[in-house]
Design a protein around this ligand. Sequence first.
Ligand code: DIG
Ligand code: MN
Ligand code: MN
Length: 391
Amino acid sequence: MADRRLDPVPADNFAFGLWTIGNVGRDAFGDPTRPPVAPAEFVRGLGRVGAAGVSFHDDDLIPPGSSAAEAERVLAEFRSALDATGVRVTMATTNLFTHPCFKDGAFTSNDRGVRRHALAKAMRGIDLGASLGAPVYVLWGGREGVECGAAKRPQDALARYAEAVNFLCGYVRDRGYPMRFAIEPKPNEPRGDTFLPTIGHALAFITTLDQPDMVGVNPEVAHETMVGLSFHQGIGQALWQGKLFHIDLNDQKIGRYDQDFRFGSEGIKENFLLVRLLETSGYTGTKHFDSRPYRNEWGDGIWEFARGSMRTYLALAAAAREFDADPAVVAALAAAGAGELAEESVGAYTPTAAAALLAEPADPEQLAARSYVNERLDQLLIDHLLGLPRA
Ligand code: DIG
Ligand code: MN
Ligand code: MN
């Protein structure tokens, strides 16, 4: 293993949400296990561990019910910590899921008053995020869904969802904010079934919007993995469609509740392929962690969680570079035909091309009689991950 840089620097563009490292350990079955971390202290901690950015929900930064004076104080301290550390606000979002008024949804609540309140709260969150320079605004519809399917006609829910996103795009344009939206899919939890459950659903939804160029996706490792989907394949489609505006890195076991584990702590092979894809696809967005320390962690252990998240990403990026520089891998990729897949099959339709295809002799038996040499290629991947000597 060549000398790998494993200590993050701001140029690596790592970011954490206020609700992540500072997660107090509350879960559906237990009370908080840790004290909260104040936003300004959180930013100073990010500066110490080499992170570049911080993200927040409106309510993480300014607790609901804060007086104007308290909000002013929190903001002043937050801004001062940003200035002192050089940490940037890289994403903002709205909490449209904690308050009981959102129990039937926010943009898709059956109560029109709730839907109008959710839009106003999102607009105020956008103003806050824009005032702190957030280039991306995430829309995670945690409560946009159902338990009782009869209660919401899916077409009506999606129409309300699209109406809300269209209106918020209009607000950002009207205010002149240099900001784009990123929809975050999730299949379920806390609702029984969530609208826009996967990357695919979100990408299709975006095509129906008034300003689709303003809206991309913010996929999360855990949310696709929960339901057994390949996260790096989903990221590949988002990249192919130019819609990977942001990403939520963490980790997860298939078929479990949303675990939001430390990045790289579970699916090492899938995360190797994810990091290799991000690093070789020109993704220049924030490498954002939406994850939390184990509930039984305490004290500096929460910053060990932060350091480990970035260390593993950097280690996987180095391993991916070494993998692709290995002559044995280059040969195995060629034998697998990886480069051939990048060649056009036929190009745009013309009658001439169609005639040539139909006239072209093909022998399926002969086409079938070949190996794609995937066993050798995949073993080389495992060898690299395990640091094994060349076989
Ligand atoms: C949960 O996966 C969601 C919320 O934490 C937040 O709205 C979003 C930001 O990344 N992810
Ligand atoms: Mn999650
Ligand atoms: Mn998330």
